[in-house]
Design a protein around this ligand. Structure first.
Ligand code: ADP
Ligand code: MG
Length: 253
């Protein structure tokens, strides 16, 4: 029997795309009130890429993010996340795939109040059956990775916005997901904290992580390796700035 190289490579060395979206459509409303939030989007994101998704308000960014994040399903078209056809999943399995494969970073941090940074970062591992001692260690390592090792006992209200977002990044990377998905991650931050988060994204990208960042800000998009622009639910620009295996713009190896 001949085993094709492609089949082996797919599962082990991870050469399949992280995101594979074909003819994606999302419509809201019925008949004469129909809104085509996504109107035939094709998008392939390979492992190690750092993609910024831009577009004016109403262009379909959140709709696309929700589908990529397995928080919503398309009206038509196909979406494979790390090779998994998301159409075939029921809600429970969709939640599982989401937890296992994606690390989310939101504009408003979405940390649990009155709960330490450490416990916030441990949370996603609680659902995936990681033992308590390992949860503690991995959360600690993730917090050190984002420069907050010393503050792991602090609760969100004792941290600045930038620090809270770094906790959220630690929470996103602690499960070692194939995709980091960020929705306006610097939208609530001052310029100093924005710079910190963008430096952190550069480091994660250099370390081989796959990032997909939705943003309004040119400053944020300028750090990505590829910029995609949406208008009226369609991709109107898709520009590669840096090779997938190269450092993000402005970062020397
Ligand atoms: P963006 O995030 O780029 O601002 P959205 O994805 O939120 O854009 O919205 C794209 C289009 O879909 C807009 O015209 C918006 O009004 C519409 N839309 C989004 N969500 C809904 C919804 N739940 N019901 C009806 N229309 C919606
Ligand atoms: Mg939006």
């Amino acid at each position: 029997m001949t085993v094709t190289a492609a089949a082996g490579a797919d599962s082990r060395t991870g050469t399949r795309p992280v995101i594979e979206v074909r003819s994606l459509r999302k419509t809201y409303g019925l008949e004469d009130t129909t809104v085509h939030a996504l109107d035939g989007v094709d998008l392939v994101v390979e492992r190690g890429d750092y993609v910024a998704i831009m577009g004016a308000s109403g262009s379909g960014k959140s709709t696309l993010m929700n589908i990529i994040g397995c928080l919503d399903v398309p009206s038509a078209g196909q979406y494979l996340l790390d090779g998994v056809d998301t159409r075939r999943l029921d809600e429970r399995r969709q939640a599982l795939v989401r937890n296992r494969k994606i690390g989310f970073i939101f504009q408003s941090f979405n940390l649990i109040a009155r709960t330490t940074a450490q416990a916030n970062v441990e949370l996603p591992m609680a659902y995936s059956g990681v033992k308590a001692a390992e949860r503690r260690e991995r959360a600690q390592a993730a917090l050190e990775r984002v420069g907050l090792g010393e503050r792991r006992g602090h609760i969100p209200s004792q941290l600045s916005g930038g620090q809270q977002q770094r906790v959220a990044v630690a929470r996103a990377i602690v499960t070692n997901p194939v995709l980091l998905l960020a929705d306006e991650p610097t939208g609530a931050l001052d310029s100093r904290s924005t710079a910190d988060i963008l430096d952190l994204f550069d480091e994660l990208s250099l370390a081989g992580r796959t990032l997909c960042v939705i943003t309004h800000e040119d400053e944020v998009a300028a750090r990505a390796k590829r910029v995609i622009r949406l208008r009226d639910g369609r991709v109107v620009m898709d520009e590669r700035v840096t090779a997938i295996d190269g450092p993000p713009p402005g970062v020397s190896r």
